[in-house]
Design a protein around this ligand. Sequence first.
Ligand SMILES: NC(=O)c1ccc[n+]([C@@H]2O[C@H](COP(=O)([O-])OP(=O)(O)OC[C@H]3O[C@@H](n4cnc5c(N)ncnc54)[C@H](OP(=O)(O)O)[C@@H]3O)[C@@H](O)[C@H]2O)c1
Length: 322
Amino acid sequence: MDFFALVTGKRGPSGFGSASTAVQVTEGVDASNLTAIVTGGASGIGLETARVLALRGAHVIIAARNLEAASEAKQLILKDNHTARIDVLKLDLSSIKSVRSFVNSFNALDLPLNLLINNAGVMFCPFQLSEDGIEMHFATNHLGHFLLTNLLLEKMKTTAKTTGVEGRIVNLSSLAHAGTYKGGIRFDKINDPDSYSTINAYGQSKLANLLHANELSRRLQEEGLSITVNSVHPGLIMTPLMRHNPLLMKAFKMFTFCMWKNVPQGAATTSYVALHPQLKGVTGKYYADCNETEPSNDAGDENLAKRLWDFSNKLIDGASEI
Ligand SMILES: NC(=O)c1ccc[n+]([C@@H]2O[C@H](COP(=O)([O-])OP(=O)(O)OC[C@H]3O[C@@H](n4cnc5c(N)ncnc54)[C@H](OP(=O)(O)O)[C@@H]3O)[C@@H](O)[C@H]2O)c1
């Protein structure tokens, strides 16, 4: 990442930079033929992404665990955009059962699917296991999205084939992916409470988002399918994500204030990667401030990505047998 450009807002090769907003980077894009799912679209970056995708004409499904918050988000979007096409569906990514149920509900709507924005996430939670017995960052940020994507893939493939329009999957990772545990993913200690670190657990889940995107991108390329998969770091943005450490995050912001963005800027990289024509056919890349950037060595490790893929499938199979 280019820290000088981050702080000054200097534009990169894409023509956009850290100061660009989601509205600016999608100017002139017609998304009226697209259907999008935005996980965690009821708040923060996800809500702004949903708003801007709808502004460009896309039919947006806000996938949220809190339906009341999602309905409020829908009303907020409709207030300024009366013709916005927004639907709300229940999804708890920390629950394998809920992910399956969401996909059944979505399929029952008989809609196409062009864009999947894997945005929802939790950060720095105290140690906790999901209802399937999996550490909460890994369960929510990675495993839920891994299963969701796999279950929606057939729909995305059919949509891309029948419409001739490229499908796009965007995984919200983070710069924090570099702050994972030693070795990247702790396959043998994924649920170990004794050596648990909130910072490393979040970093591990964000590394998993990147590895997942890269491995899926390779698989789709091998199949010759017109679906791209990329990862993004949205920047540092004060959102409800900080709820487990509000004071610490505010103190951190005081010392690093010149590196923070507002929410419209925070949704720019996701919106750029999801909609911009410049990115047609571009897959398996990592973006920050709307420009391609290099992730950590672990993120580029193909063997680690393959191992994570198999491990994730095993965890899901194991949990589904309970
Ligand atoms: N903000 C930043 O500085 C920053 C930096 C790097 C990366 N990111 C990434 O950006 C993404 C969006 O974060 P944000 O900053 O916009 O935070 P946010 O406002 O807290 O948004 C996260 C969303 O995820 C939802 N969510 C959490 N657990 C869920 C679950 N089990 N099932 C379904 N939805 C769930 C939350 O819903 P509830 O309201 O119900 O909890 C919320 O709507 C995250 O993936 C985060 O890791 C953010």
